[in-house]
Design a protein around this ligand. Structure first.
Ligand code: NAD
Length: 479
């Protein structure tokens, strides 16, 4: 099914292999215009129960299926994603507001993650194999997994959860953000006939659906990506029945620029590190510490890049940066900008947006060396605003970069990569890059330290998050 222009889009929940519509709906808004894109089905409590019941009923047969067969099905899911790339990317553009090439890359990432995950092997360790005893430790699936995702990469976030959960033998209920449910609902439709009924369910809802999911006794595991604030609630709710959790939470990533960099070379990389997807990336650079020797030159280059960037409605023209993705996030970003203005911090470019125009646009904004204690430095902006922070002494830069509650990613930029590596070794973060940033690989785990999360996604370690070890020990000799 592809969209027929002029006809209203009809989206359905996927529950037990069936389309489920009817009942209440909620509006999905295009952030570039403020207008309604489509009405999404609003999952009721009863429908959530049905999804969990279907997933639970499907679990034993799915877990018992040969791993080779689960691998084959993951690859067919990837093929189906490839066949629908343009349509899925079009939905992401409309509901999330990113430029089309970024949305296409996001959808391609899902197919890549599914294929690469399909090749992973669950380890089996023989602990003892002799005349006395045979003992083996295997990894078993957990049961029914809830996958809860945020709005910044609606398809991309699903890719970190769906493939590994299914390969390990779990069944899944996927719940995207209420701001961006459409591409995920469509994925449910695209995958519906490929998998046994109930293995992969997709629900969407406004209001309390997230807390219904985390409080539901039928889930064995909650794999959650979102803010630290919500992550705490998820963990508290899961604790009531000791449901397993993986929490991928907020970040306030620092980048440290050493004085020996080639400013012209690193400036575009740093610009996109901070402003890609309008700054709405968990691993985006959110604080830029620049040595005083290169601060003015780098600031100048970044201003030039910001002023060149084309900001606009991604469904109407070729743009580099779309709007902030929803009104709630726009208000967060505007409140931070207002705080900067009220306290007299200088905008090198950008600043508070003018009212009106329909969409939630904020021009890429650079804040000139605000105090370390300012909100724009301490809080996660998750939008197109970057504080530039001057340092003289490397120990001071490292100490400031490590301050705060978050520890998701960090990067170091250096002419001499070995010197960069020495600094990187002192940074507290789940991933630290030198002379690059945000490089993710389906086979490499990533996750947050401190308040940025618990557990990891991707790679073998990410797959193991959807399993539990079981040891089978067989006594061979009589005592
Ligand atoms: P959010 O916490 O508001 O929402 C995330 C998801 O949780 C949504 O699906 C939402 O509907 C659901 N939810 C809301 N309240 C809930 C509740 N009480 N119980 C259960 N679920 C609930 O986050 P957001 O605004 O969608 O996303 C932005 C945040 O996500 C940022 O902090 C960003 O850094 C973080 N993020 C982290 C990663 C990572 O990998 N660490 C990746 C992307 C985004």
């Amino acid at each position: 099914m592809s969209h027929n222009p002029g006809a209203p889009w009809a989206f359905t929940l996927t529950i037990g292999g069936r389309p489920v519509a009817g009942g209440p709906t909620f509006d999905v808004i295009n952030p570039a215009t403020g207008r309604v894109v489509a009405a999404a089905p609003d999952c009721t409590r009863e429908q959530l129960d049905e999804a969990v019941t279907a997933a639970r009923a499907a679990f034993p047969a799915w877990a018992a299926l040969a791993v080779a067969e689960r691998r084959r099905l993951l690859v067919s899911m990837a093929d189906a994603v490839d066949e629908h790339t343009q349509e899925l990317a079009g939905l992401v553009v409309l509901e999330q507001g990113k430029p089309r090439p970024v949305a296409v890359a996001e959808v391609a990432g899902l197919a890549l993650w599914l294929r690469q995950t399909a090749g992973l092997e669950l380890p089996e360790t023989v602990n003892q194999d002799d005349g006395e005893r045979w003992s083996v430790t295997r990894r078993l699936p957990l049961g029914v997994v809830a996958a809860i995702t945020p709005w910044n990469y609606p398809v991309g976030q699903a890719s970190f959860k769906v493939g590994p959960a299914l390969l390990a033998g779990n069944t899944v209920v996927l719940k995207p953000s209420a701001f961006t449910p459409l591409a995920n609902l469509r994925l449910g439709e695209v995958w519906r006939d490929l998998l046994p009924a109930g293995v992969m369910n997709v629900v969407a809802g406004s209001g309390s659906l997230g807390s219904w999911v985390t409080g539901h006794p039928g889930f064995d595991k909650i794999s959650f990506t979102g803010s630290t604030q919500t992550g705490r609630k998820v963990m508290a709710s899961a604790a009531q029945r000791l449901a397993r959790v993986t929490l991928e939470l907020g970040g306030n990533d620092a980048a440290i620029v050493l004085p020996d960099v080639d400013v012209k070379e690193v400036a575009p990389q740093l610009f996109w590190a901070a402003f890609a997807n309008s700054g709405q990336i968990c691993l985006a650079t959110k604080r830029l510490y620049v040595h005083e020797d290169v601060y003015d030159d780098l600031a100048c280059e970044l201003v030039r890049l910001a002023e060149q960037a084309r900001v606009g409605d991604p469904s109407e023209s070729e743009v580099d940066l779309g709007p902030v993705s929803n009104r709630r996030q726009y208000e967060t970003v505007v409140s931070l900008l207002r705080d900067c203005r009220d306290r007299g911090y200088r905008f090198l470019t950008g600043g508070l947006p003018e009212d009106g125009g329909g969409g939630w646009f904020v021009a890429p904004t650079l804040v000139d060396d605000p105090p370390e204690s300012s909100r724009i430095v301490r809080e996660e902006q998750f939008g197109p605003v970057l504080p530039l922070l001057k340092y003289r002494d490397m120990d001071d830069a490292v100490q400031r970069a490590n301050a705060g509650e978050y520890a998701l990613g960090a990067s170091v930029w250096a002419g001499d990569p070995e010197a960069g590596q020495e600094v990187a070794a002192q940074l507290e973060a789940g991933t630290v890059w030198v002379n690059e940033v945000m490089h993710l690989d389906p086979l490499v785990p990533f996750g947050g330290r401190k308040q940025s999360g618990i557990g990891v996604e991707s790679g073998l370690a990410g797959l193991l998050e959807f399993t539990e070890p079981q040891t089978l020990s067989v006594r061979r000799s009589r005592r």
